[in-house]
Design a binder for this molecule. Structure first.
Ligand code: PEP
Ligand code: CO
Length: 475
């Protein structure tokens, strides 16, 4: 194991003591090659913005972060299941009450299906309140002979195809921080106000859904839960507690390192550094180079972290990344989010599962069945086929079962809006439907029905695997 750490002076309650990273500061990433960062035209304005960002209050607290880490440690042991989902890219315009509450409704409904079907507590993590930076496959975009910088998410520039819109603007970091705070504030207020109360799952119904092919199955399940709650309350003569409260955590790809550094702080009564812009940052597939700036930055923060693992990563590379990012094998620290594609998962994933298991590394395995399955249609839309998403997810469960590892969560791009961005699903959306309500600036998202169908599918698949395991068919 690589020795890039030394013994800490203290330990956290519940979590084992870990070592402090050596030779690390919140800005030590600056000495490493950095992918995917914009070039700001005015250095003076950029520096002034960073100073302002450093002075602004953080968005989350270290004790929320440590609680999530504990929950992820339990998920690593099979005692919880992770549901991580939200937009591919949040937009400043999408920071509205409707978009935020609809997204929350879908995540709450999905988590109810999962809790009920898996009989496990679900860790709910949104891709929101900070998911504003996007990696791009090309630096520039050319249209009709004009070449401009690529759109890199609202925290960097704007999507319109004009020179002014595409110019990276550091003031957008301040706006992103503010929009993240507003999103977080509204989510917290909704949850505290009883929006997630299990006595009232009708609060989570979406106005536009009407009659969905999945609605009956969902409604039956909700009624069953309602009956069970009322039965328990009659029996005990009082309200069952904690049914009106759920925890929601936030996550985003920590891509724009100057922004992340500006929110990286030391806090009283905890040792080390925390990224306080989000509970759960992850490293994107395009910025996971072992000696790159992003891995250097993530090495030193105490948050639980995610690492996207694509089809080009081999077992040796993955083990070296785990060594650098979690040298002490700390529980809850490391989540590996594999995103291979339906076609490649069967050949690419098993060697990784085998290597991590053989080395006894403690990780949470999560499947992102979205990002390997993006394609373009003949009429120019970026889309994903529901059949491929389902196939990758089902294969993931089977491959983990065969390897003796555990798939402990799912990572999805979804929205509560009535969009037509992914093909197939219960309503069998076709290429012709895509034009009706394609709203994503970046990747295609599951709509409400497709997302709920995924939750039901996870339950069916897990229950089936447990039955097979019970019957002794698999180890
Ligand atoms: C994403 O999650 O939106 C993304 C860009 O994923 P990946 O890094 O896995 O391609
Ligand atoms: Co995406």
């Amino acid at each position: 194991m690589q020795r890039n750490s030394r013994l800490s002076m203290s330990s956290d309650r519940n979590l084992q003591p870990v070592n402090l990273p050596l030779d690390w500061t919140p800005g030590s990433w600056r000495a490493r090659p950095a992918q995917q960062l914009p070039r700001y035209p005015d250095a003076g304005e950029f520096e002034a913005t960073l100073r302002e960002l450093h002075a602004l209050p953080p968005l989350v607290t270290s004790w929320e972060i440590m609680t999530l880490k504990q929950h992820l440690a339990e998920a690593q042991e099979g005692r919880r299941f992770l549901l991580q989902g939200g937009d591919c890219a949040e937009t400043f315009e999408g920071c509205s009450s409707e978009v935020i509450s609809n997204r929350l409704k879908v995540l709450l409904q999905m988590s109810l299906v999962l809790v009920h079907g898996l009989r496990l507590p679900v860790v709910r993590v949104g891709r929101f309140a900070g998911q504003y930076a996007k990696p791009r496959s090309t630096e520039t975009e050319t249209r009709d002979g004009t070449t401009l910088p690529s759109y890199r998410g609202d925290i960097v520039n704007a999507p319109e195809f004009t020179a002014q819109a595409r110019m990276p603007d550091p003031r957008r970091m301040i706006k992103a921080h503010a929009r993240s705070a507003m999103t977080m504030n509204f989510v917290r207020a909704l949850i505290d106000g009883g929006f997630a109360d299990l006595h009232h799952p009708e609060y989570w119904n979406l106005a536009w859904v009407g009659h969905s092919p999945l609605a009956d199955e969902y409604r039956q399940m909700v009624e069953g839960i309602g009956d069970a709650v009322r039965f328990m309350e009659t029996l005990s003569g009082s309200e069952v507690h904690n049914l009106n409260r759920v925890d929601f955590y936030t996550s985003h790809e920590a891509l724009l390192l100057p922004y992340e550094e500006g929110q990286t702080r030391e806090v009283p009564r905890q040792w080390g550094w925390f990224n306080l812009s989000t509970h759960f940052p992850w490293i994107g597939m395009r910025t996971a180079q072992l000696d790159g700036a992003h891995v250097e930055y993530f090495r030193g923060i105490r948050n639980p972290i995610g690492l996207k693992v694509g089809p080009s990563v081999d077992a040796d590379q993955l083990l070296r990344l785990i060594d650098v990012l979690n040298p002490d094998d700390e529980p809850g620290r490391m989540t590996l989010i594999h995103r291979m594609s339906a076609g490649q998962i069967g050949s690419r994933l098993p060697p990784l599962l085998e290597a991590v298991r053989r080395e006894g590394r403690r990780v949470l395995w999560v499947c992102d069945p979205m990002h390997g399955n993006t394609e373009s249609t003949s009429n120019g839309y970026k889309t994903r086929r529901f059949a491929n998403i389902r196939s990758e997810l089902e294969q993931a469960f089977d491959l983990h079962a065969a390897a003796g590892t555990r798939l402990g969560g799912v990572h999805l791009e979804l929205t509560g809006e009535d969009v037509t961005e992914c093909l197939g699903g219960a309503r069998e959306l076709t290429e012709a439907d895509l034009g009706r309500a394609y709203r994503s600036n970046v990747d295609p998202r599951l709509n409400y029905e497709q997302a709920l169908e995924i939750a039901m599918l996870i339950v069916r698949k897990r229950v089936r695997l447990e039955q097979l395991a019970g019957a002794g068919t698999i180890a």
